[in-house]
Each structure stands twice: as C-alpha cells, then as structure tokens.
Ligand binder design. Structure first.
Ligand SMILES: [Cu+2]
Length: 357
C-alpha cells in the first residue's frame, strides 16, 4: 500500500551552516473505526511500504513524530487517539541484531520520543539513506472512542541533503528483553504486577566499532525504569515520566472498558508522556556485549489494557545508535542485501516458530 504524503519545508534546528534542511511530512489520512467496531475494536495496523522520505543519498540526522487529527490539532490519549506503535525499517539492509530480518531503525509509542543523532548539533552523526532504499513504516493507531476518527502521522525530519565527509554513520541496534529476534520468553505473566523483566544473558554482541551516541527506549505504562549494561556495567538508565501534560491523562468512566485503560472506579489515569534517553554513552568495540532489564510496577502506574480489555503484554526495547567511522560503515552498508520482511512480520504476528538468531 502506498500512502499519500504531503511535504512542507520547515526550519532545521542544527547544522544550518553545513546545509541542513528540515521537512514536515504528513502521512495519511488513516480512518480508524470506533472501539465498538466488531472487526477492529478501534485498533488498526497500517503497513506503509516505501514511504516518502525527506531525501536520498543523504544523512538523516533526526526526526520527531506526532499523531494529528485531519484538522491539524494533536490527537492523543485525552481525545482517545493513541499512537500505539510506529516502527521504521530499511528493507534493503539486514539487521545487526537479527541478521535475516530487514534493518529495524526505530520503534516508538504514544510517548512520541524524539530522535536526534546530532545531540542538539554537538555531534556530527547521521543515518545514511541510500538512493533506492525502501523504508517501511508500521503505524498502529488505537481509537478508544466509540465513534470513528481520522488522523495523520506527522513526522518532522531533519537531514543533510548530501553525505558530509565529516559525519559518522549511525547504525541502529534493537535490544529487547525478549531476545535479538524477539524469540525468548520474559517469563512475565499478564497478572504479574511488580517485576523486573530480564533479557537473555547472552544479550547482543557487537561486531562493529564506534561511539554509542544515543539510546532510545520503548516501554509501556507501568514501567519504572529500564537499565542497559555494557559488559556487565550499567551504562544507561531510562526513566519514564507520566502525564506531564493533559494530553497524556485520561479519565476513567464508571464501568469503563474497552480501550479506556481503566477499571470501574472514577479518577485520572496518567500515561507515559516521555522517557529519558542516554547520550554520548561511550565506545563500542567488536566484542562489546549489551544486556537489558526493565522494571515494571503496575501498582504504582496502571498498566495498559488491550482492545479486549485484557492486560497488554509489556515491552522493553532499547535502540542503540552507534556512530561508525564513515568509510567502514559505508563499505558494510553497500555490501548488505535486503532482509526477509515476511519472516519478521510472521513472527510479530505469532504465525511462525522463531528461528534462532
Ligand atoms: Cu510497545
């Protein structure tokens, strides 16, 4: 499916002196049925192939994503629209953590984490987008209202239109408590309230060298903190904030159910509104081993319910962004073939038995 997109120039924030540009790309619209729709229950997954990107043969230096109603106002939990998940993959490359899959570039949820590989213009690093690369975007939207609502996904991209020789090339790594190919059990039951989910002890071991410039987590409501270890040493703790603005606060309806993320009592429910990131974490060398653990407390912070009103499975993902020396990174990237998208999607949908990584 090709999705219509509208492109508007915006002012770049960083590296204007090096010719950086900004664009706002509006994807959609996406019509989401109401929560009483028997087929979808208001949860729709959109798979967008070969999405409109800001540039090609260029460096993507950062982006931020928002869900907006078609009139341009913000669509968020307070008006029953959830950017439940959005994920980017490069179909023309293979993944560093799960090598038969396409390269997973990022994952995000309603926390709407920004991505900035330049650390506010202090670090020359960007993601190389090659001419011909096809970027696949998954967008899960959840409508917890009983009436249908239509939204756009609005992404503000920042980029250098050509590959600047002074920039390192950022490569993404998906670290997950479930394992490198999502194939380990966390041992966490939906009824567990307070727990620490631990990823496999083997973790992910790097074959490349570079600087770990940025770490961006994705967790769900109930998270209290997520820790990442390098060779057994704690190098990053991500802490979520809840309900920082009214957009991220919902009200429990008496006897509410469905998507309302609440029980029978009245009151406010505070949802994850941002999660702290880790920057300029340090050097990565071949053999560097990363492991992850993620703490949840559903007593302190009410967990999310799925569209059947059941406790939603937790997630505990950390994206590692490693800035590699340009020549080495380019050589590896140009040698990569496409990944197996079907293998990835079949596993995410639970249609197949996982392969070992
Ligand atoms: Cu998630």
């Amino acid at each position: 499916m090709t999705t219509a997109a509208k492109i508007d120039p915006i002012e770049p924030k960083f590296f204007k002196d090096l010719g950086a540009k900004g664009v706002k790309i509006t994807y959609g619209p996406f019509a989401i049925p109401g929560s009483h729709d028997p087929e979808t229950m208001g949860m729709v997954t959109n798979h967008m192939f070969n999405i409109t990107m800001p540039c090609h043969d260029c460096l993507i230096t950062g982006w931020s994503s928002d869900l907006q109603f078609v009139n341009g106002t913000s669509a968020n939990a307070n008006n029953n629209m959830w950017m439940h998940h959005t994920g980017l993959m490069n179909l023309n490359r293979t993944d560093l953590a799960c090598e038969h899959w396409p390269e997973r570039i990022s994952v995000n949820g309603n926390e709407r984490s920004p991505f900035d590989f330049t650390l506010k213009g202090t670090r020359k690093a960007g993601y190389f987008l090659r001419a011909g690369d096809e970027i696949h975007q998954t967008l899960d939207v959840m409508n917890s209202a009983t009436t249908p609502q239509s939204v756009h996904l609005v992404v503000e991209w920042e980029f250098l239109p050509a590959v600047h020789p002074a920039f390192d090339i950022v490569v993404p790594v998906w670290l997950d408590v479930k394992g490198n190919c999502l194939n380990q059990s966390t041992g966490i039951l939906p009824t567990d309230k307070v727990f620490t989910a631990k990823g496999p002890a083997a973790g992910w071991t790097s074959k490349v060298a570079g600087d770990l410039v940025l770490m961006v987590p994705h967790i769900h409501d109930g998270s209290t903190k997520q820790d990442v270890f390098l060779d057994g040493r704690l190098v990053c703790t991500n802490v979520p904030a809840y309900g920082e603005t009214a957009e991220f606060v919902t009200h429990r309806a008496a006897g509410g159910g469905g998507h309302d993320h609440g029980g029978a009592e009245g009151g406010h429910v505070y949802h994850v509104s941002s999660v702290s990131q880790c920057e300029a974490v340090g050097k990565v060398v071949p053999g560097s081993r990363f492991t992850i653990q993620s703490a949840y407390d559903m007593v302190l912070h009410e967990g999310s319910l799925d569209h059947h009103g059941e406790p939603e499975p937790i997630m505990a993902i950390e994206f590692l962004y490693i800035a590699r020396p340009q020549a080495e990174a380019m050589k590896d990237i140009l040698a990569m073939g496409p990944g197996d998208l079907k293998d990835f999607t079949d596993q995410v949908r639970g249609l197949k038995t996982p392969k070992e990584p």
